[in-house]
Write a protein of this length. Structure first.
Length: 248
């Protein structure tokens, strides 16, 4: 996995319809607050395992096993093993920093969020990563956001830090089913995530299948498009403490 693919996998990890057009129903702010009920995953500790398939800008496909651990609002950890039980990459996020290590190719990211934004052009926080991973709305709903209802979905537009997030949220379970995000710059990058299947985890909807597409735009480098298909096979929510090892 080259360095650009390495960064994409991390960003796609924190980001995993068609039909007849229907007339949007516009709501006042008060009505939106009454009608709209976003669903946030409630947990203390979480562990999950799944399968991922990544296609880089050159068409190279990498398949592997993904393990995720999290302590709500505190830390997010993952590891990727392409096969034969060999761990290829490991990463951890806290409120203060991002650390990712590519064990096979020797690539390492170890920086705070401001440095990450300057290097990769992406404004990221632990809260945003947690929301994207669990199909929550990207940011807390505010009266400055735009909301319309289309049939059985809410369409929410949020603008933060020169990024525009367009989320389709199911009126049935309150989770994001489709997300489109791009920068306000004409030559900027973009992210799309389609959460294709939700299953019940302790009476809460959890995204078990997602397709993520990303276009990365870095200074003095060509725009690169990459894709990830993720399928979670097991999720456990617990009050028991978990370990988040980073060093090999």
């Amino acid at each position: 996995m080259n360095r650009l693919s390495f960064v994409f996998f991390f960003l796609a990890l924190v980001g995993i319809s068609a039909g007849c057009a229907r007339k949007p129903e516009l709501f006042s702010s008060d009505t939106v607050m009454d009608e709209f009920e976003p669903n946030y995953l409630d947990f203390n500790y979480l562990s999950a395992r799944g399968k991922v398939m990544i296609e880089d800008r050159n068409g190279k496909i990498t398949k592997g096993t993904l393990n995720i651990r999290a302590k709500k609002d505190s830390i997010l950890w993952f590891s990727l093993s392409p096969g034969l039980g060999i761990e290829a990459a490991r990463g951890v996020m806290t409120h203060d920093f991002i650390k990712i290590r590519d064990r096979i190719n020797g690539n390492t990211i170890d920086m705070d969020y401001d440095t990450f934004r300057k290097n990769y052009g992406v404004s990221l926080t632990l809260a945003l990563a947690q929301n994207l991973l669990f199909a929550n709305i990207p940011h807390e709903f505010s009266l400055r956001d735009r909301m319309v209802r289309v049939g059985q979905s809410f369409e929410l537009t949020q603008e933060r830090d020169n990024l525009v997030y367009r989320s389709a949220i199911s009126a049935r379970h309150g989770k994001v089913t489709d997300l489109q995000s791009d920068t306000k710059r004409r030559d900027g990058g973009s992210l799309s995530a389609n959460y294709q299947e939700f299953k019940d985890v302790e009476s809460q909807p959890f995204p078990f299948r997602a397709i993520v597409n990303m276009i990365i735009s870095l200074p003095d480098k060509p725009r690169s498009k990459m894709s990830m298909n993720a399928e979670i096979v097991k999720v456990d929510l617990s009050n028991d403490s978990l370990n988040f090892p980073y060093n090999y």
